[in-house]
Design a protein around this ligand. Structure first.
Ligand code: IPD
Ligand code: CA
Length: 286
């Protein structure tokens, strides 16, 4: 792999050849698609809320759990020594230096309401995924099974969208005028936090073309990579929300950063083309 790419990786990251990255990307695609099929094909007619997490609106359905179980089993079979971190509690220490960071359904509220903006996100990461800023994604895939779209990337291999039998290379927009930019964001589940987030969004509305809130951070990031949005920002994301989409954006020529231009983390994620992020970040980095 080229030096400028491995420079971005944590010091203790395993050395990966281009073929190994390609293999991880292929596995990410295969398992994300399998879980995507599962959550559509086996969704019960009367899907209920199986549990709640941080608040009464932060929900888990039985299909989140089944999707994570499928991901856990498939990844353990394909890559037995790798670690795992999943939104619904899957956890395994890595023996290889690779940890899979998975979101079995990103956009669970959309899934509950049958809005077609939800996805399975699967990422192969290096470094310590439990420590903000200490990990990076080397391969990832985001599958929206309702639109039949599979976004994927491998470090140094570019970002692509598979749809209707075609593979389309992705590129972020070249938008450099903030006033003309379309920006997505998201809100957390905690009421006080979302009031604070709403204040930042209200202020930003006066500086941009418009704001979108689709309900899946993984899809938002892939939409930036596909040039469907100029940018995205959100505070409060977890590693599983952003791990795959982060690499899809950077391999599409974009920037993904956190507070003060550091690594994206729970405090802040800002994504877009380089010129756009340079203008957006100062307005949302508070
Ligand atoms: C949520 C979605 C949403 C974002 C929230 C996330 P979930 O993930 O990505 O767009 O705004 O911060 O928690 O709960 O649907 O997996
Ligand atoms: Ca999520």
């Amino acid at each position: 792999m080229a030096d400028e790419m491995t420079d971005q990786l944590p010091d203790d990251a395993p050395q990966l050849s281009a073929d190994q990255v390609a293999e991880l990307e292929q596995i990410a695609c295969t398992v994300a698609r399998a879980s995507g099929d599962l959550i559509v094909d086996e969704r019960p007619d009367h899907l209920g809320v199986a549990a709640t997490k941080s608040t009464a609106t932060d929900i888990v359905t039985e299909m989140d759990k089944r999707s994570e179980e499928l991901l856990r089993n498939r990844l353990a079979t394909a890559r037995p020594g790798d670690g795992l971190l999943g939104e619904e509690g899957a956890s395994r220490e890595s023996e290889t230096g690779i940890t899979w960071v998975v979101d079995p359904i990103d956009g669970t509220v959309n899934y509950l309401y049958q809005l077609p903006a939800y996805a399975v996100s699967v990422a192969a990461c290096v470094g310590d995924v439990h420590t903000p800023g200490a990990w990076r994604t080397v391969a990832g895939a985001v599958c929206n099974p309702k639109t039949d779209e599979l976004f994927h990337a491998g470090l140094g291999r570019g970002a692509f969208l598979e749809h209707a039998g075609r593979s389309i290379a992705l590129a972020v927009t070249a938008q450099d005028d903030l006033a003309l930019s379309l920006v997505a964001t998201g809100f957390g589940y905690d009421v006080d936090k979302r009031k604070w987030q709403a204040g930042i969004a209200a202020e930003l509305l006066g500086h941009v073309r418009d704001i979108r809130r689709a309900g899946s951070a993984a899809i938002d990031l892939c939409s930036v990579a596909a040039g469907r949005l100029d940018g995205f920002y959100e505070a409060g994301l977890n590693p599983w929300d952003l791990a795959a989409g982060w690499l899809v954006v950077t391999e599409a020529g974009g920037v993904v950063q956190g507070p003060a231009g550091g690594a994206p983390c729970a405090d802040l994620v800002v994504a877009g083309g380089p010129a756009h992020v340079a203008q957006l970040a100062p307005l949302v980095d508070r």
